[in-house]
Write a protein that binds this ligand. Structure first.
Ligand code: SF4
Ligand code: SF4
Length: 167
């Protein structure tokens, strides 16, 4: 349970998961942010205004999945590392998962990275499709992994230093 071990329950995840019809349209953001804390940089990061924290800053964020285009700009701006983008339309067998990453070294495009579940379980080795810096004033990177479709809602972190070369 989140309050005891920091791991959200299946019900928590379901409550913020886009419907399958939205997944079928392409990349979409998911805010796995469940605690009422005074925080809202995600709302400022989204130029499309798809994320709202209302009626006050202590509320948890809500994403309008019809407005979100899955650009991923909000990922590195979330201090809680709670926002992910999932694209289940990447290929017949793989989905893209864009996730925040703050360890060094950062995995490089073309490497394989060891993907972790929300509880830290190793789920396999997945190709790094892209790694984008958050910029000079933001040490958070956004790393995109190609994962089997069935793991699109499971892979949520990368094992620090857990990289191999090539597919
Ligand atoms: S992925 Fe892009 S469009 Fe979607 S909520 Fe984040 S910043 Fe907004
Ligand atoms: S910035 Fe991150 S931690 Fe803060 S409200 Fe938005 S999703 Fe939650």
């Amino acid at each position: 349970m989140l309050i005891q071990n920091g791991i959200p329950t299946a019900e928590d995840i379901l409550s913020v998961t886009p419907p399958k019809e939205r997944f079928a349209k392409g990349a979409v953001a998911i805010a796995e942010c469940f605690q009422k804390i005074p925080c809202n940089p995600c709302t400022k990061a989204c130029v499309k205004k798809a994320i709202r924290v209302e009626p006050d800053i202590n509320e948890t964020p809500r994403i309008d999945f019809d407005v979100c285009n899955g650009c991923g700009a909000c990922i590195a701006r979330c201090p809680g590392l709670a926002i992910f983008v999932v694209d289940k339309t990447y290929s017949d067998t793989e989905a893209l998962v864009k996730l925040p990453f703050e360890f060094l070294p950062v995995p490089k495009e073309g490497q394989l990275a060891c993907g972790l579940s929300r509880s830290g379980e190793e789920l396999g080795w997945f190709p790094v499709v892209k790694a984008v810096s958050g910029g000079k004033k933001n040490m958070t990177w956004t790393v995109t992994l190609a994962v089997p479709k069935e793991l699109a809602m499971e892979v949520r972190n990368i094992k620090a230093g857990g990289y191999q070369d090539g597919r």
